[in-house]
Design a protein around this ligand. Structure first.
Ligand code: UDP
Ligand code: MG
Length: 338
């Protein structure tokens, strides 16, 4: 298994049909409502299910509340990461621990309505290996977020080889084959949306109306979204690097033409001293281009640097299983849950 530190795969429990994977960062306000809804859905499905909550370095009562809930919720497994590794890493931890025949990642804030899971399972039984859930509209987002999201999908789908389905987040059902393929990918920069699209498989899409956050506030500020978009583009396309060869060729050709014009003009009309303005503009313009291209190289270089260090994607502090065999619970002397 990839880069996991800690016991992620206990052998004693039978594999369930469905794993629900939920990364959580400071979601204490959402846990009660989320678990109630999940328990209702699981009871309706009447199939063996597991819920994997990944505590991504929360600083509030998320872990305490989860451990409390686990005493009565026998399908709840908790992965406690050693710090905040980010949603993509937390989701990767959950996917690697999931044992279900199919896996559905969910947001903790109930923006991905778990009620859709039944319809997803039906599609899966029809033979689809990935069932995407696309939001039918983005009314709950701000105009700015809608615009930047549209721009992001346009740019990535134009300059990368993969087709990222529009308005589909991480909420989707994936067959075991798909999850195994994703977990086998060795990269450390996990742009999951891209990886999910990259692995392919037979896909279909359901639509749903995305409700606003149930409680708490979004953890994705614009700077973070921008870096996320950069990760996406640099993980799947080398065009931002290659484009500079063409920009350079175009600039060199134009400069040649201009050079010939300047030489001819000097020969015909003599030396023309004024020229400070054109000189400074040209110097600044080409310096700007050089820095931009260096910046693009830097973006890729920094990612190569991160990849070559081969650090794990996340570190697990403890895995809390609902059974009495939980090493973490035993070590801390807690009563094992029934
Ligand atoms: N999340 C996480 N680690 C982080 C940031 C977010 O595990 O560093 C989780 C968060 O708890 C939630 C999900 O990722 O379950 C989506 O986050 P959020 O709802 O804030 O994003 P939005 O829906 O606004 O895009
Ligand atoms: Mg959300």
């Amino acid at each position: 298994m990839l880069a996991a530190i800690g016991p992620l795969q206990p052998t004693s429990m039978p594999a369930p049909l469905l794993s629900l994977v939920i990364p959580m960062r400071n979601e204490a306000e959402c846990i009660a409502g989320l678990c109630d809804r999940l328990e209702a859905i699981i009871a309706d499905l009447d199939e063996p299910c597991e819920v994997i909550c990944v505590n991504d370095g929360s600083t509030d009562a998320t872990l305490t509340l989860l451990l409390e809930r686990q005493k009565t919720m026998s399908c709840l497994r908790i992965i406690d990461l050693s710090r905040n590794f980010g949603k993509e890493a937390a989701l990767t931890a959950g996917l690697e621990a999931a044992r279900g025949a199919c896996v559905v990642p969910l947001d903790a804030d109930l923006q991905d309505p778990p009620e859709l899971v039944g319809a997803m399972l039906e599609k899966w039984r029809e033979g689809f290996e990935v069932v995407n859930a696309a939001r039918s509209e983005r009314r709950t987002d701000t105009a700015m977020k809608r615009l930047t999201a549209a721009l992001f999908y346009y740019v990535t789908n134009k300059i990368t080889d993969i087709e990222i389905p529009k308005n589909v987040g991480d909420f989707r059902l994936m067959d075991r084959k798909v999850v195994d393929a994703i977990c086998a990918l060795p990269e450390r920069t996990r742009f999951n949306k891209g990886l999910f699209a990259w692995v392919g498989f037979r896909q279909t899409t359901l639509t749903y109306v995305r409700p606003p956050r149930a409680a708490g506030e979004t953890k994705w500020k614009y700077w973070r979204l921008w870096n996320f978009a950069l990760d996406g583009i640099t993980s799947f396309s080398s065009i931002p690097l290659r484009i500079w060869s063409y920009v350079g060729a175009a600039a060199a050709s134009l400069s040649m033409i201009y050079a010939v014009a300047v030489v001819l003009r000097t020969l015909i009309f003599g030396i023309d001293v004024p020229g400070y303005a054109s000189l400074i503009v040209t110097v600044m313009f080409f310096n700007g281009l050089t820095m931009l291209s260096l910046g693009a190289i830097g973006e890729y270089l920094s990612r190569i640097f991160i990849e070559t260090k081969q650090r794990p994607i996340y570190i697990v502090r403890a895995l809390h299983e609902p059974s009495g065999e939980d090493p973490a619970a035993l070590a801390s002397g807690e009563e094992a849950a029934p």
